[in-house]
Design a protein around this ligand. Structure first.
Ligand code: SF4
Length: 64
């Protein structure tokens, strides 16, 4: 799957990084989330979806 974080929506709640630390990382300067690789391997798909669901800002878009 493909994952994208909308930088305008992300408020740095960190929940995505707690749900899926192997996918979502937090910037040291502002605490906002980023992904090191927008293409996520199938074995991490459920973790990505968990992370997207926990985001209160709905900032994480997951597309096939
Ligand atoms: S859970 Fe949402 S708002 Fe919080 S850091 Fe992750 S993407 Fe940003």
């Amino acid at each position: 799957v493909h994952v994208r974080i909308d930088p305008n929506k992300c408020q740095g709640h960190t929940l995505c990084a707690i749900a899926a630390p192997s996918v979502f990382h937090l910037r040291e300067d502002d605490g906002h989330a980023f992904v090191s690789d927008a293409e996520v391997s199938p074995d991490l798909e459920s973790a990505v979806l968990d992370g997207a669901e926990t985001c209160p800002e709905r900032a994480i878009e997951v597309t096939p």
